[in-house]
Design a protein around this ligand. Structure first.
Ligand SMILES: Cc1ncc(COP(=O)(O)OP(=O)(O)O)c(N)n1
Ligand SMILES: Cc1ncsc1CCOP(=O)(O)O
Ligand SMILES: [Mg+2]
Length: 203
């Protein structure tokens, strides 16, 4: 989530509420039309990192390896067009959480060989939060990855709402990665809680 995803509200407030609702990991993704750059992006990242620290929630940076290194982020998320996952640990330290986007069994296999800790798999459903999103894959892709023996944590992403999350979890995902359904909700805390309520429930 970044500043452009918060329906004009302060991202710090939105994140605080989302964490109160049960969000367990946060990714700073300052991207898209109107997003902050340079110093302003760093300032926001630092504020959001402080909120995460206070709550004991891992703070992950999307794409920007330099930012992750400068801030001492807990981890980094990279896609197929970003820095190769294999190069990240030497840059960010052995403890860093490394997430990689995967859209096929082949990409997943490569990411795991490169040392990924988890895979972001999607888009599960149509999304308005990523203008260059790949074609919708649906929960079937997660099932396919599991059927190929992939056991590392998988999170579904893309257009996921509390109503659409159960098939993603039933397909074998460990969790869901969500932007708009929480950040643009009237009450981000309640929206996050609606997701939290799904975990541990038989699907
Ligand atoms: C958890 C998670 N999964 C997938 C993505 C998408 O990454 P990427 O394909 O590099 O696209 P951008 O987010 O960089 O536009 C993600 N960010 N997080
Ligand atoms: C970053 C990203 N990668 C694939 S879909 C997506 C956007 C997810 O946002 P939303 O939850 O609002 O659909
Ligand atoms: Mg990326």
């Amino acid at each position: 989530m970044g500043s452009v995803n918060c329906a004009g509200r302060n991202p710090v407030t939105v994140l605080r509420e989302a964490i109160a609702g049960g969000v367990t990991m946060f990714q700073f993704r300052e991207k898209g039309a109107g997003s902050l750059t340079g110093q302003a992006a760093y300032e926001l990242a630092r504020e959001l990192q402080a909120v995460c620290r206070e709550a004991g929630v891992p703070f992950i940076v999307n794409d920007d390896v330099d930012m992750a290194a400068v801030l001492g982020a807990d981890g980094i998320h990279v896609g197929q067009e970003d820095a190769p996952a294999a190069s990240l640990r030497s840059r960010l330290g052995h403890e860093a959480i490394v997430g990689v986007s995967a859209h096929s069994v082949e990409e997943a296999g490569r990411a795991i060989a490169d040392g990924a800790d988890y895979l972001g798999v999607g888009p599960m459903y149509p999304t308005l939060s990523k203008s260059d999103a790949r074609p919708v894959q649906g929960p079937l892709l997660i099932q396919e990855l599991r059927s190929h023996g992939i056991t590392i944590p998988l999170v579904g992403i893309g257009g996921i709402t509390p109503e659409k999350a159960p098939p993603v979890l039933a397909a074998g995902a460990d969790g869901v990665s969500v932007i708009s359904a929480i950040s643009q909700a009237e009450e981000p805390g309640l929206a996050a809680a609606a997701f939290t309520a799904l975990y541990g429930r038989a699907t």
